[in-house]
Write a protein that binds this ligand. Structure first.
Ligand SMILES: Cc1ncc(COP(=O)(O)O)c(C=O)c1O
Length: 415
């Protein structure tokens, strides 16, 4: 498991039009062309990912790390090959820094319940107010159990982190700073590099939630300077139920085991146990091998298309949607108008987000309505819920127009 990360495939494949690679998008929904704009919740899967998972089950499926037979060796090679792909994708120094798990929620629980074990009264964990509950509640729960304090960083007027406030909150008492790279409601791109540098200067561990970032921008954990970085497969074209967390080798070495059981140990006797090093120490039980293979296929797909080209296309579509929505009477678009990821939350006077989303579905436009698992942020915005449209590689300006037209029509009905 110490082989160096494999080199990235060459990016680019002519004009970017990937919709046809996503079988699910070929269908019509409610008589209309499907315009899928719930990508921040989960993305659709390209044929290459679906095929990789199918191929694994048809050709290589076997227990991983435990069998000497041919299929077992192939399945193990597939999982460890995937670890190298993810390590390279994130810029890790070694594949051993990558732990596979179910997703970012599980990653944050792993980190909170291992790193957090040494917290005590007087210690502080710092998290911005805009975080998804997955990057809030594990820390809150661990702080409660250990008598430590969770400090929520206030936001600037546009919903981005109030950096001067953060600078005063992060002190010698701070033990952990955990922040989203991109927020899931308004698509704010947080200055994670600065946040991690701040944490480092205070002697704190830095954790980055990359659930909303890894599908939209190149990730380099060395440039970010974080100690941990978590990604969620199903939000980046991979199967559901698989994710990964990067951690610096020295940081993993400080973390006690969390879930224990098969695969996590070097030696167990009747009265003692010696745990393995990362990643095995944190991968209890049989891994989701097919999911891991699918995650590597998704990374290859992203790299093959070219993440910069995807970002360019997504921002064009999102900018069109943002502008179109803001021009509708009584519609308020939240978040910074510039520099955000293609995730747009909005509120329409006189229309409940759930009603709006239901009417949009009737036009074949799938969006999200609710608090998006970020209730402190909804309170801060002063609304119980918002409607959220989030874009992916297969979305076009035509999709943006369909959204804006659909919202306009829905509002005529609802008002
Ligand atoms: C910013 C953010 N963090 C964490 C999560 C949870 O991720 P997962 O579904 O991988 O557990 C989400 C899901 O919406 C998210 O948007």
């Amino acid at each position: 498991m110490t082989a160096p990360p494999t080199p990235a495939p060459a990016a680019g494949r002519g004009a970017l039009d990937v919709r046809a690679e996503f079988p699910i998008l070929a269908q019509r929904v409610n008589g209309a062309r499907l315009v899928y704009l719930d990508n921040a919740a989960t993305t659709q899967k390209p044929r290459s990912v679906i095929d990789a998972v199918r191929r694994f089950y048809e050709e290589d499926n076997a227990p991983v790390h435990r069998a000497v037979h041919t299929l077992g060796e192939r399945a193990t090679a597939a999982v460890e090959g995937a670890r190298r792909v993810v390590a390279r994708f994130l810029g890790a120094e070694s594949p051993d820094e990558i732990v596979f798990l179910r997703g970012v929620t599980e990653a944050m629980n792993l980190l909170a319940f291992t790193l957090g074990e040494s917290l005590g009264p007087g210690d502080e964990v710092v998290v911005p107010l805009s975080e998804h509950h997955s990057n809030l509640l594990p820390w809150r729960e661990m702080c409660r159990r250990r008598g430590a304090t969770l400090r929520l960083t206030p936001l600037a007027q546009d919903g981005s982190i109030d950096m001067p406030a953060l600078e005063s909150i992060v002190t010698g008492r701070t033990r952990i700073v955990s922040v989203a790279h991109v927020t899931n409601v308004m698509g704010v791109v947080n200055p994670v590099r600065e946040v991690c540098a701040l944490a480092r200067r205070a002697g704190a561990v830095s954790v980055v939630d990359g659930a909303q970032a890894a599908c939209h921008m190149p990730i380099d954990v060395q440039a970010i300077g974080c100690d941990f970085y978590a990604i969620s497969g199903h939000k980046m074209y991979a199967p559901t139920g698989i994710g990964a967390v990067f951690g610096r080798r020295a940081r993993w070495a400080q973390a006690p085991p969390w879930q224990t059981g098969g695969s996590t140990v070097e030696r167990v006797s009747t009265d003692d146990v010696r745990y393995a090093e990362a990643p095995a120490r944190f991968e209890a039980g049989s891994p989701n091998a097919a999911g891991i293979v699918g995650l590597a296929a998704a990374v290859r797909w992203l790299e093959g298309v070219g993440i910069d080209r995807i970002a360019e296309r997504e921002s064009a579509a999102a900018a069109r949607a943002r502008e179109g929505l803001a021009s509708l009477p009584g519609v308020r678009v939240f978040g910074p108008s510039e520099g955000s990821a293609p995730v747009i939350a909005f509120d329409a006077a006189g229309a409940h987000p759930h009603d709006l989303a239901t009417l949009l579905d009737g036009f074949g436009v799938a969006v999200r309505a609710g608090h998006h698992c970020a209730q402190p942020l909804a309170d801060w915005l002063g609304v119980p819920a918002t409607t959220r449209a989030s874009f992916a590689a297969y979305n076009t300006v035509e999709d943006a127009d369909a959204l804006v037209e659909g919202v306009g029509r829905a509002l005529e009905t609802l008002r």
